[in-house]
Write a protein that binds this ligand. Sequence first.
Ligand SMILES: [Fe+2]
Length: 171
Amino acid sequence: MAQADKEILVEWLRDAYALEMQAIDLLTAQVGRLQHYPEVQARLRRHADESRQQANLVRSCLVRHGSDVSVVKTGLAHFMAGAQAVMTSMTADEVVRDVVATFAFENLEIGTYRALLAAAQACGDDETRRVCEEILRQEEEMASWIGARITEVAGTYISRRDDFDFGAAKR
Ligand SMILES: [Fe+2]
């Protein structure tokens, strides 16, 4: 493989690792706010576990290329988490914002792993390609699942918000 191709692969694997770390933080925070939506809560908890496994898989790809994750730039992922924290920090409808943000975040991960497939292919790295395909399937399932529930969650919030707000964050 060309050295430049390998550098791209490693760079993008590091981006993916940073995304998984952010995903774990976001999902864990959201699980704590979803007590009124047990089905969504259970699914996000499961995906937080999947994300931990994904991070380990991505890390093992980096290690095989002689790289590691001790200094991982957070870039876009960090921005996304920050933006989401601002979006959800003061509002009673944060659960609705959470599911919208999760849908966006899963799609960011999907794009990242689709690009990584090309980099793995260029390097002839079949193991990384296999890992990315496996993770991609999980991200696509999560995006599709949460995407299909946004309208329902928003509708539940709108019809029951007086029960849910408990006087918090009244505007
Ligand atoms: Fe993920």
